[in-house]
Ligand binder design. Structure first.
Ligand code: FAD
Ligand code: SF4
Ligand code: SF4
Ligand code: SF4
Ligand code: SF4
Length: 413
């Protein structure tokens, strides 16, 4: 019997999952078990597309097809919760098991508290995440820094601080991530700033950190984060997965790696935010960078916090229609609507047609708002700052008191 809070090693019973899985295939086997046992109607996972730089989301209802998704795609920069909201009606009428990185987990929570997804119908299998690499950057980096043809690469890995590529001929080549990032390559900038390395918001948090000795690379360390997760592992143990208690200093080692990653995240935040400047300099920098926006709407389409049926940026009395490049108001609207809840998923930057570092500005703003109001998005189901005030009640308060402070966030209760 497994309970919330337990930590264990797990690996697949099934030979195919064991062989194809990144670290012993426990995640593949748990997903398959959830589908076969009827705990879910479908699995949302990520599959290699035309090549390993092409991570494609897939909804699977046939358990035999789950193994096709085995393995970790480090160029898989996609965001799963927005897909659940957009294409599966927020899992309102179907039960889904889904794999999630830390940014996915935070985005899911923000969508759940806005009632855009039904958490009760979703089993979340979290993946620890040291970072992901933009597919275009990965190709360029392999060409320029590794001196290899990106199309000759059979597998990429991130291990012990190195980005490692393995060619189709079996040649291994690794370069330190620090070195790559100093030269502008490596993980996405938002990943460098990210401090959600073990996604404990999920039902299970799975990764290779803390698997040592003979089992290193052949098992996954699972932290059981909810009763739902405990139930899945309890039922699957012995049938779909084998489990064992973490040996010796495994748990301590995992903790040390996590802490080192958190410190690195702080260092990267300081370095990146410093470049933004402060006050008016920062504003001028942002206005200058966003002036090349072509209003492709990718930032809005892919942001997990943007889901409004009638987006204010499309209202002509706020942003004049048919004008490209759009006025700064276009961006101001997004900053004011999203900044308190930005989860630093990077989508608005990764997918921006003009390579505008949108996530950097939004994350910087979010952290300042977090300092001011104490609201940290994506960690729990507490409501965001802007929803603390109900509009009709607030309008009445304004009318009764003649106050001009719309959101009474400074009031002492
Ligand atoms: P498998 O049985 O191989 O199943 C993996 C599942 O992950 C598959 O279902 C697949 O669809 C899904 N998946 C693959 N790529 C993605 C993606 N980009 N987004 C969402 N789902 C995906 N563990 C650590 O301990 N430290 C790390 O630094 C670390 N970094 C990672 C970075 C990325 C981008 C990813 C995807 C995973 C990372 N992991 C990390 C987790 C680790 O690589 C394994 O996924 C985990 O140990 C489970 O192994 P497994 O053999 O049980 O998984
Ligand atoms: Fe991983 Fe964090 Fe980057 Fe998301 S933002 S891919 S969780 S490092
Ligand atoms: Fe993600 Fe950008 Fe939205 Fe922040 S603003 S949640 S980084 S898409
Ligand atoms: Fe909604 Fe504002 Fe995002 Fe538009 S920019 S979708 S109005 S949150
Ligand atoms: Fe502008 Fe970039 Fe947003 Fe497109 S994604 S609307 S170019 S900021």
């Amino acid at each position: 019997m497994v309970a919330k809070g337990d930590m264990l090693w797990a690996w697949a019973k099934d030979e195919e999952a064991l062989k194809r899985g990144e670290c012993g295939g426990a995640v593949t086997s748990l997903l398959k078990f959830a589908l076969e046992s009827g705990s879910v109607d479908a699995v949302l996972a990520v599959k290699k597309g035309v090549d390993l730089y092409d991570a494609q989301p897939v909804l699977i209802t046939d358990p035999e097809k789950i193994a096709e998704c085995a393995g970790s795609l480090h160029c898989g920069t996609l965001l799963m919760p927005k897909l659940i909201k957009k294409y599966f009606d927020g899992a309102r009428n179907m039960k889904i098991a889904v794999t999630m990185k830390g940014c996915d987990a935070k985005a899911l929570y923000e969508l759940a508290k806005r009632q855009q997804v039904n958490l009760d119908n979703i089993i979340t299998i979290g993946l620890n995440c040291g970072g992901s690499v933009s597919p275009i950057m990965a190709r360029e980096m392999i060409q320029e820094k590794f001196g290899l043809n990106p199309d000759d690469i059979a597998k990429e890995e991130i291990d012990k601080g190195q980005f490692i590529v393995i060619t189709k001929d079996g040649e291994h080549k690794g370069i330190k991530i620090d070195e790559l990032e100093e030269e502008g390559y490596g993980r996405r900038l938002n990943c460098q700033r990210c401090k959600t390395k073990i996604p404990r918001q999920c039902d299970l948090a799975c990764g290779n950190w803390g698997v040592i000795g003979d089992k290193s690379g052949k098992a996954t360390f699972i932290e059981v984060c909810s009763d739902k997760g405990a139930d899945l592992v309890t039922k699957a143990a012995g049938k779909a997965i084998e489990t064992a208690a973490p040996e010796g200093p495994a748990t301590t080692i995992r903790g040390k790696v996590e802490n080192a990653m958190l410190k690195l995240g702080d260092k990267c935040r300081d370095a990146q935010f410093e470049k933004l400047g402060n006050g008016k300099d920062r504003l001028n920098f942002i206005m200058d960078q966003t002036s090349r926006c072509i209003k492709c709407y990718q930032c809005i389409e892919n942001c997990p916090i943007c889901y409004c049926v009638e987006c204010s940026t499309k209202k002509p009395y706020l942003v004049e229609s048919g004008v490209v490049n759009p006025p700064f108001m276009f961006h101001l609207i997004r900053y004011s609507h999203i900044a308190d809840s930005c989860v630093n998923c990077g989508q608005c930057q990764e997918l921006c047609a003009m390579d505008i570092p949108n996530a950097l500005y939004m994350h910087a703003l979010q952290l300042e708002m977090q300092d001011m109001f104490g609201y940290e998005p994506g960690v729990n189901l507490d409501l965001p700052i802007l929803s603390l005030v109900e509009e009709p009640t607030e309008r009445k308060r304004l009318s009764d008191t003649g106050s001009d402070q719309i959101f009474n966030i400074f009031a002492e209760e």
